[in-house]
Write a protein of this length. Sequence first.
Length: 265
Amino acid sequence: MSEPVPEPVLSAGDPPVCEPLAHGQDIAAHFHDFGQLRYAASGALVTTTEAGTWVAPANRITWVPAFHVHRSRSHGETDVRLLRVPAEPAGRLPAEPSVFAASALLREAYLALAGDHDPDGSPRARLLLEVVIEELARARREPLRLPEPGDARLKAVTDLLHADPASPATLAALGRRTGSSERTLSRLFGSELSMSFHQWRTLLRVQRALLELGEGTSVTDTAIRLGWANPGSFIEAFTHLVGQTPGRYRAAARLPQLVVSGKAG
């Protein structure tokens, strides 16, 4: 018999600067009665809600509105900085979980506010929070939300793909492993996730590529490790979904971590 899944719990709050998370460390499903911004100054944070999964390396900031159940996993040693957002400014942010590209100004204001020892209502804290909210309002929202299924038959398949995104297994082969027909699974991908099996697996691989590239893995090695037949097809898929080439993304993703760690020069 499988272990019962714990019910999500209400978390009263988190310290702005957490202890670094080890690679692969999980944070169990929970929710807050306030909105929360989450930034990985190093490493990357993978956040999953009922709406889907988002990947946020050090050039992205995650927004989780109040009462949205979420769980997390770290990728690499991850230095997480958290911000509690009061109700009024939270109303200016999306009503659903989102990930935003972080400009240099947004990142610096965020880090200053997360490390600020002044009271929350101090003039400096209010000013920094206003900068963060205004920059988020201007920031590009990350389009790479990976929808997650509720149907147990489909979840059995997506769990296998999460465990091994590079697997070349066909939908028919995955169906045989999980006890469902290819036709049923294909229908479920369309009706529940609004995309095909191929589209979902490609999106999963591109999300994982964000993590690999953020760690400095080369474009060619990333393509091979995640199951693409050749770097060209990887570059085409990545550019179509992300809006920039993997090489450009890799360079931009590495800079915030180097700056925070003091290694830029």
